[in-house]
Design a protein around this ligand. Structure first.
Ligand code: RP5
Length: 158
């Protein structure tokens, strides 16, 4: 069963959000990827967010850039945890995306990650950590992933 829904506002976000999908694949977490735009396909967003919990999803990860309404609008329409990834925009280097996503008024949270690739990777890791609280095998895979990362850090820069 698919556990994590990765949505993004445009196909142009895939270059960032593919890093979320990649880390979830590494951790063997079943996930799906969809283009769902808050302003270009609002009905698609409504259907996706309203249906997410009923389809068995446990976490939604939403990446968007610019005036990035997608994570907040998704969070407004599902009780599942929503993680937001600010995509690095051309005009404002993702500062617009970050502020749009992080400054949710009290009552509807969006767990906001860093701008760009780092945020996309960390959204995948955070979703896995959330799921791992109820899944010991995944917890072990996540801990092993972190251990490999630790071991890959060189002692010296060159
Ligand atoms: C947002 O507008 C998307 O999330 C994307 O980051 C940004 C630009 O979209 P495109 O014009 O590249 O489709 O909705």
């Amino acid at each position: 069963m698919t556990l994590v829904g990765i949505i993004m506002g445009s196909t142009s976000d895939w270059d960032t959000m593919r890093h979320t999908a990649a880390v979830l694949a590494e951790l063997d977490v079943p996930h799906e990827t969809k283009v769902v735009s808050a302003h270009r396909t609002p009905d698609r967003l409504y259907d996706y967010a309203k249906g997410a919990a009923g389809r068995g999803l446990k976490v939604v990860i939403a990446g968007a850039g610019g005036a990035a309404h997608l994570p907040g609008m998704a969070a407004a329409m599902t009780h599942l945890p929503v993680l937001g990834v600010p995509v690095q925009s051309k005009a404002l280097s993702g500062q617009d995306s970050l502020l749009s996503i992080v400054q949710m008024p009290a009552g509807i949270p969006v767990g906001t990650l860093a701008i760009g690739k780092a945020g996309a990777v960390n959204a995948g890791l955070l979703a896995a950590a959330i799921l791992a609280t109820q899944d010991e095998a995944l917890s072990q895979r996540l801990q092993a992933w972190r251990q490999r990362q630790t071991e890959a850090v060189a002692d010296e820069p060159a």
